[in-house]
Design a protein around this ligand. Structure first.
Ligand code: BTN
Length: 236
């Protein structure tokens, strides 16, 4: 396993970026918020003691995974979650020829299990994109062991992270193909899904993803435009 190295990451980036590397931190998203000084910033850790997921969930973050946050000035835009998912999927495929898929909106899947997740946050004009990826861990806690997976190959985390940032930055400059590419990798499309709105459960077929990154779900009664939140597949 390649150790995280700030100079190595820096040398592989197409643009200059302030980088902080930690052996252990509570959460890279939280740390980035403390360190941010107006310039784009990357915070990466070998391990997190209080990794955070969406909806107040924790994110299991043992050592030797890839946990990082990228922060910059940007108006909040849910499409950035899609850009992050697509960029990591493409970086992994380009470097290691592994095929991942995406569960709308923020989950990366490998062999039908969750291998990574994305947590985007906005604090005033600071946009923080946090991404966690399971790499070699196979000892998951009971509540995750049937749902989670690792890539289970030797990964150069410095190279993967830099490749991700380069792809992500390119998509920030030109996002014209993001929705179509994301849709092609999103395995919930054309599947029956369920979701909750105000404590009521609905079902329908996920038909497409619109220009803002919302999931369109249709049933006999109506069409839903979901802008965030969790969906479940009725059948895999
Ligand atoms: C999810 O699956 O709900 C999102 C998980 C996001 C985890 C990453 S790991 C790096 C960054 N720091 C955190 O505390 N969370 C994100």
């Amino acid at each position: 396993m390649y150790e995280l190295n700030k100079d190595k990451i820096s040398s592989l980036l197409q643009t200059k970026l302030n980088i902080f590397v930690y052996n252990e931190i509570d959460s890279t998203n939280s740390q980035l918020r403390c360190l941010y000084n107006g310039e784009p910033l990357l915070v990466v850790a070998d391990k997190q003691s209080q990794g955070r997921g969406r909806k107040g969930h924790s994110f299991f973050s043992p050592e030797k995974g890839l946990y990082f946050s990228y922060g910059f000035k940007y108006p909040f835009n849910e499409k950035l979650t899609l850009i992050a998912a697509l960029s990591m999927l493409e970086a992994i495929e380009k470097l290691y020829q592994l095929k991942l898929s995406i569960k709308w909106v923020n989950d990366l899947f490998y062999q039908n299990r969750k291998v990574g997740g994305i947590l985007c946050e906005l604090h005033n004009d600071l946009f923080i994109m946090g991404l966690g990826l399971n790499i070699l861990e196979n000892n998951f806690p009971d509540d995750l062991k049937d749902k989670a997976i690792s890539l289970n190959i030797e990964i150069d985390r410095n190279l993967l992270l830099a490749t991700f940032i380069n792809i992500f930055n390119d998509y920030l400059l030109d996002d014209s193909e993001v929705i179509s590419k994301y849709t092609n990798h999103c395995f919930v499309i054309n599947k029956e899904v369920s979701f909750n709105i105000d404590n009521v459960t609905y079902q329908g077929i996920a038909t497409s993803i619109d220009e803002r990154g919302c999931l369109i779900v249709k049933n006999d009664q109506r069409t839903f435009v979901l802008d965030s939140g969790e969906i479940s597949l009725i059948k895999y």
